[in-house]
Design a protein around this ligand. Structure first.
Ligand code: DSN
Length: 425
């Protein structure tokens, strides 16, 4: 039985015969992951147990509704996994209520808004180009169109979140909701301060902890609970689970949250993904996950120190979490050029706007680097120092082919020595 499941996950046997084109692409992705140093701050390697749960028979089941209250027969086993996912998620984060059905982070945010807002309501969120997220009020997203968002950002000097600005905007505009949480911010978020501002303005506080959920679960970042009325997250980033979303709330908001997910914004839940979420939460409850979360931060601090000592400018002066944002302006290169040069030698990262970036989002002046995936892979501080040296070599020798060839060979040799969780173990 185990052998059959393992074969199914590798995509190697049956799929290769039945659909060689898809099988070949999956094989290519498998190789790419094996021989890349993955520094995309939002990516990680899910365990084999998570991948097995996600690729199993629960894919086939319709289960609109919630455990014990479904609109379909035959839900006895999917009820078991959804109850497990809910209980484990509540225990992990100390939440009064957990909804584990959201298909994604954007969907979780949408449902959280639906639970407490009406179209046209006033909301405060962090601007995308300051480190926030599309769904926190950007005009290219539903959020910036459906609601009247005012956007806050970071202080120009310190490049850390400008809590005074949040307070000023909150008192001026009296939003119904303040949204906190970031996708490119390297410092600790002060949740008690944000809650105090929300209380002062008569607003609810929602924290989108997608990037830091694994750090929160492992005790490596302060928890937004119990400060926030609503907390949303994805499950695939630092939390290391399947791709998906979740919403935590107070008991008081529980019914509103559940009906905002189903039936208001989603139909049938992805029961195979919920099964994998249950496995992920179970893994995150173990003591070794706290060690992992601490190592993610320790590795990131080593990365920041090495880059900084080599002369690179880090936004906000460094990091307290899983990511660093490098300002490439002093090097005279763009985020787009840095991303492609690094990818060509097997180091995968992403271009990213820095605060007050004069360059457009497809170019950018910044590079975002994160340590969740390499830490899952077992990289320690020695390997991270090596990775930092490679990054500096590439970024300071953008046109030097022999340097690039040398780094590419070294990346291949190092990655060959580290098994990939989920694929090899
Ligand atoms: N796409 C995610 C990230 O890379 O941060 C945010 O949704």
């Amino acid at each position: 039985m185990q052998t059959r499941q393992a074969r199914d996950i590798s995509g190697a046997s049956l799929l290769a015969q039945q659909d060689p084109e898809v099988a070949q692409a999956i094989q290519g992705e498998d190789e790419r992951q094996r021989y890349s140093v993955v520094l995309i701050a939002s990516e990680n390697y899910a365990s084999r147990a998570v991948l097995q749960a996600q690729s199993g028979v629960m894919n086939n089941k319709y289960a609109e509704g919630y455990p014990g209250r479904r609109y379909y027969g035959g839900c006895q086993y999917v009820d078991v996994v959804e109850r497990l996912a809910i209980q484990r998620c509540q225990q992990l984060f100390g939440a009064e209520h957990a909804n584990v059905q959201a298909h994604s982070g954007a969907g979780a945010n949408m449902a959280a808004y639906f639970a407490v807002l009406k179209p046209g309501d006033t909301v405060l969120g962090m601007a995308l180009d300051q480190g926030g997220h599309l769904t926190h009020g950007a005009t290219v997203s539903f959020s910036g169109n459906l609601y009247k968002f005012f956007q806050y950002g970071v202080d120009r000097q310190t490049e850390t979140l400008d809590y005074d600005q949040v307070e000023r905007l909150a008192l001026e505009h009296k939003p119904k909701l303040i949204v906190a949480g970031c996708s490119a911010y390297s410092r600790i978020l002060d949740f008690p301060r944000l809650r105090a501002i929300a209380d002062q303005a008569g607003a609810l506080l929602m924290v989108d902890m997608a990037h830091i959920a694994g750090l929160v679960a492992g005790g490596a970042h302060p928890s937004p609970l119990p400060h926030a009325h609503l907390v949303t997250s994805t499950t695939q980033k630092t939390l290391r689970g399947p791709r998906g979303g979740l919403i935590l709330s107070t008991e008081e908001l529980a019914r509103k949250v559940d009906s905002a997910v189903f039936p208001y914004s989603q139909g049938g839940p992805f029961m195979h993904v919920i099964a994998a979420k249950a496995v992920c939460f179970g893994e995150a409850l173990r003591p070794e996950f706290a060690r992992y979360a601490a190592q993610v931060v320790a590795n990131c601090q080593v990365l920041a120190r090495e880059l900084s000592e080599a002369g690179l400018r880090l936004v906000a002066g460094g990091t307290d979490n899983h990511l660093v944002l490098v300002d490439l302006t002093p090097l005279g290169i763009t985020g787009r050029d840095a991303e492609s040069a690094l990818e060509a030698v097997g180091i995968v990262a992403n271009k990213n706007a820095i605060p007050f970036d004069p360059k457009p989002p497809r170019v950018t002046s910044g590079l975002r680097l994160g340590t969740p995936a390499i830490t899952s892979r077992g990289f320690g501080e020695g390997e991270v120092r090596q990775v930092a040296r490679w990054i500096v070599q590439i970024l300071t020798h953008m046109k030097d082919a022999p340097v690039h060839q040398q780094v590419a060979a070294e990346v291949r040799a190092l990655t060959g020595r580290f098994p990939v969780p989920g694929l090899d173990s």
